[in-house]
Design a protein around this ligand. Structure first.
Ligand code: 13P
Ligand code: SF4
Length: 317
């Protein structure tokens, strides 16, 4: 199935007929982004899902995102075009792992990145996304220990920005972002000395980006550690002609739309998330025609997870 104008029209008319809101993450294929009602980062899409007034939400993203929408809107039908679209970061900690970790630190506050399963969220005090992780951790009583999971690079970024000492970080990673490494970023930054750098905090190179700035290889004001939504805001304001982007390559589509005069280039053009790309034009059409795959979360798990997700959507930008 090619994303032809006929495909676009059929998707739109089926979405209307089903009374569905179509949401797409910034890492989706360009055609999926273009046909959606809303495109955004994890935090923005969670907020939109919680306020949607249609009977159905069709989540073009990965499974934990659709689960989060279901947790926030248990009375709506939530569909994902392919339920096999998982996330290597969410897979890096299980509920049993977290139970064991909490037993070691019984008084700690658990902060989970939204890239986690519903069961892990059910054992969490506050969820966060890359947009508000710093604000979430800063909102916690400074005398309490924080257990931050599952992303080690985002955790290190939050620890650096907040200056918090009493914070333990799980050693998980996203295989796509971890693969965008410091050597590659350094080489690209040296080849493009006038470029700004937009770096997602899940990247293996997030530390190197600050190192480059700290050592004076790149002026500090040119290095921006941002969520995907934050990158779009920065793109609209940048005075730079060239920007090197360290995140999943799907992001380039919205960046180029937001600032058509800026030359956006991927730091690593192989950084494509295989799970995000399982949401193909054919899968979306099948989902709309056949009403599957439905995303269900056991009511008791959803009940336990809801408070942590609601705290997340209340905090930060
Ligand atoms: P954000 O859109 O919240 O920056 O998340 C990035 C990501 O990797 C989602 O899987
Ligand atoms: Fe998960 Fe990484 Fe894919 Fe995001 S890019 S969905 S964190 S595997």
């Amino acid at each position: 199935v090619e994303p032809t104008p006929e495909w676009f029209d059929e998707v739109r008319s089926l979405a209307t007929a089903r009374n569905a809101t179509l949401l797409a993450h910034n890492y989706q294929l360009p055609a999926i982004q273009d046909v959606a009602d809303h495109v955004g980062d994890s935090l923005a899409l969670s907020r939109i899902a919680s306020e949607a007034e249609t009977d159905e939400i069709i989540f073009c993203g990965v499974h934990f995102m659709a689960e989060t929408a279901k947790i926030l809107s248990p009375d709506k039908r939530v569909l994902i075009p392919d339920a096999r679209a998982g996330c290597s970061l969410a897979d890096s900690i299980t509920a049993d792992d977290l139970r064991a970790w909490k037993a070691e630190y019984p008084d700690a506050v658990v902060v989970s990145y939204v890239n986690t399963t519903a069961e892990v969220k059910g054992l969490t005090d506050i969820c966060c996304t890359s947009s508000n992780a710093v604000e979430v951790v800063a909102s916690i009583d400074p005398d309490r220990m924080v257990l931050f999971l599952p992303d080690q690079f985002l955790g290190a970024h939050v620890k650096r920005v907040t200056g918090r000492e009493n914070m333990q970080i799980w050693a998980g990673e996203c295989h796509v972002h971890a693969g965008i490494n410091g050597d590659e970023l350094t080489a690209r930054a040296q080849a493009h000395p006038d470029a700004e750098l937009f770096v997602h905090p899940e990247c293996g190179c997030a530390t190197s980006a600050l190192y480059l700035a700290g050592e004076g290889f790149v002026p500090e004001e040119k290095v921006k550690i941002l969520s995907t939504g934050g990158m779009l805001d920065a793109a609209r304001q940048t005075g730079a002609r060239e920007v090197l982007v360290a995140t999943e390559v799907g992001m380039l589509h919205q960046l180029r739309r937001a600032a058509p005069d800026v030359d956006f280039q991927a730091v690593n053009d192989r950084a494509s998330c295989p799970y995000m790309k399982m949401i193909t034009p054919a899968a979306l059409l099948r989902c709309l025609r056949e009403g599957r795959d439905e995303v269900l979360v056991a009511p008791d798990v959803a009940e336990r997870a809801r408070a942590s997700v609601e705290r997340m959507i209340a905090i930060g930008t």
